[in-house]
Design a protein around this ligand. Sequence first.
Ligand code: SAM
Length: 332
Amino acid sequence: AAPSHPDDAIRGTDDDAAASRFSAVSLGYLSDPYASLLYKQQRLAGQSARKAPLINVGTHHRTAALDAVVDSFLSAAGDGAQIVSLGAGSDTRFWRLNDASQTRQTPLGRYVEVDFPQLTAIKAQRIARNRQLTGTLVSADPSSPKPYAVSHGGTALTAANYALLPLDLRGGAATLDADVLPLLDPSKPTLLIAECVFCYMSPDESAAVIQWFGQTFERTAAVIYEMYGLDDAFGRVMRRNLSQRNLSLPGAGFATAQAQADRFLDSALGAGVFNDSGAKSLWDIRTTVVPKRELERISKLEILDEIEELRLVLSHYCVAWASKGLDQVGLR
Ligand code: SAM
């Protein structure tokens, strides 16, 4: 076998995220017709696609919270809102949002997804081969028979309302200027999504990305999903499990959820470019954001008897948001 690259473990984390989404969808926690189209199970005979109840519940709460922040951004932003999803992996949100936008008044601007070329090549192929996925794309070139164009050796796919780009985010502002900016309109409100991505980059590298958004767009917002508190007793167990998979977490040194929110405001952290931010742990999201009726519904799907363990796990993940020039973005 070819010697493995240190980034292979990072790229492999998308498989986990996609498998968790697939499990949560198959068991009825989430409704997402695209999860199975963008994720192909590679499991051995006899192995179950089912994740532990605790993981399914976490995936549900994480998705509900991200969806709520994205919705708050779209309401604040109005016409032509753009979204850039960094380390998007096999994420399905672009297609889910388009389904939802059938009932929304304001048209969306372009949705850009970025990941390593090894992942975008697979995603581009899955999109191009599936009519349900290409059906959402709007052609940038009416004379072309297809609504999208594939380029960069099959690792990039672009349409008028969507783009999938291969790049390493550690390239910072220079990479974003060269490859992402040409696909966006800097006068339009733009949301940065980084769902479980910044922990794999150094704090300086992610600060450079955050700063670029704050400096490039007059009206902008960000939402991130991250781990925190990995230095307490339970956090050290989490960290050990991850390092057994050769995963290093240079950006997972945040002690609290609030510290994840502060990184958007604090210029000492290199990103003093937003003027409003907040954060909630997944446990707080469970108790204050997820509607009671929805909690009741999912409580019937599987037996979850270890509430204390659930609280411990959910208290090590958070959703943090920030905005500039836009009102009421985030979880209230
Ligand atoms: N955001 C997706 C989700 O939540 O379903 C995938 C999350 S997965 C845990 C992390 C993703 O970030 C992987 O797809 C990985 O390849 C990507 N990633 C990590 N570091 C990156 C970098 N420096 N440049 C581009 N992508 C990166």
